[in-house]
Design a protein around this ligand. Structure first.
Ligand code: ZN
Length: 257
C-alpha cells in the first residue's frame, strides 16, 4: 500500500527548465515509460541544485537525491525535464520526451567518484516504487544516462548499485555463466564476431550500426554496457564474461520488449 504513495518529505525546489511533453499517442509514444538515472558530477549537491534550477543553464531533472537521502522535486513528473540531451534507446530518440530524470548526488569521475551511500539508495528505491506504479514503467526501462548517450556520458557509472536495484525489480540484471576475461575481439577489428556483437548491442537498445567493424560507436556502447552490466571490467573490449552478460541481457530485453 505504502508503495503507491509519494515518498514523504519531498522538498519542492522548482526549476524553470522544463516544457510540455509531446501529446501521448502521437507517433505511438507513451507519456512516460522510462527512468534515466544520473549522477550530478559536481563538487556538491547544492552546486548541482543551483545549476539545475537556474534560468539559462538549459538543464534540469525531475528529482535530485542528496547523499543524506533528501529528495528534491525540481520538475513535476508529468512535465518534460531537460536531463538526457541527445539520446537514443531501442530506436527512439529524444529520450527526454518520455522519461523521468533523477539526479543522484555524487562528484562523479571528474571530482572524486565514490560509492553511493545506503540512505541515498534506499530513498531512490522508495521514489522508483512510486514512479513505477504511477507511470507503469516496465522493469527493463530503468537505465543510465550512459546507456542512452554512450559517446558523451559515463553516469551514473560502474559504482552505481544496478544489481541491488534489479533485486527490487528496477532494471534487469545479468547472470553470468563465466567471468572469464579472455578477449574475443576489440576496437579496430573486422570479423564476424563483431557483427554478432553489434547485433546484440542494437537488440538491447544501443544505437549501433550493423556490420563487422568494431568502430568507436561499438566501443562506446560496449563500455556503457559494461558500466551497467559488467561493472568489474569497463574497458570496451569484448571478453568471454562480457559476451555472457550481453547474451543474457539481450534475451531478457527481448522477453520484456
Ligand atoms: Zn547525466
Amino acid at each position: 500500500m505504502s508503495e503507491n504513495l509519494v515518498p514523504a518529505d519531498i522538498i519542492k525546489q522548482p526549476s524553470p527548465n522544463w516544457n510540455d511533453r509531446p501529446v501521448p499517442g502521437d507517433q505511438g509514444r507513451p507519456l512516460v515509460d522510462t527512468v534515466i538515472l544520473h549522477y550530478t558530477g559536481m563538487q556538491t549537491g547544492t552546486e548541482a541544485l543551483e545549476r539545475l534550477c537556474s534560468v539559462g543553464s538549459g538543464v534540469s531533472a525531475h528529482y535530485l537525491i542528496e547523499e543524506n537521502g533528501d529528495i528534491f522535486e525540481l520538475v513535476a513528473p508529468e512535465k518534460r525535464a531537460w536531463h538526457a540531451g541527445v539520446s537514443s534507446w531501442q530506436g527512439r530518440e529524444n529520450i527526454n520526451d518520455t522519461s523521468i530524470g533523477i539526479e543522484i548526488v555524487n562528484p562523479g569521475h571528474e571530482f572524486g567518484y565514490r560509492d553511493f551511500p545506503d540512505q541515498q539508495i534506499d530513498r531512490l528505491i522508495e521514489l522508483l516504487g512510486f514512479l513505477k506504479k504511477r507511470f507503469n514503467v516496465p522493469v527493463a526501462r530503468f537505465l543510465g544516462h550512459s546507456d542512452v548517450a554512450p559517446a558523451r556520458k559515463q553516469d551514473p557509472g560502474e559504482r552505481f548499485p544496478w544489481q541491488h536495484l534489479a533485486d527490487h525489480d528496477f532494471g534487469l540484471w545479468a547472470n553470468l555463466n563465466t567471468n572469464s576475461a579472455t578477449v574475443i575481439t576489440k576496437k579496430g577489428m573486422i570479423n564476424p564476431d563483431v557483427a554478432l556483437l553489434n547485433k546484440s548491442l542494437a537488440m538491447i537498445g544501443y544505437a549501433v550500426s550493423a556490420g563487422e567493424t568494431f568502430s568507436q560507436e561499438t566501443f562506446d556502447a560496449l563500455s556503457a554496457f559494461q558500466r551497467h552490466w559488467r561493472p568489474g571490467k569497463v574497458d570496451g573490449q569484448l571478453d568471454q564474461g562480457t559476451l555472457a552478460a550481453l547474451d543474457n541481457i539481450a534475451s531478457k530485453m527481448d522477453r520484456h520488449a
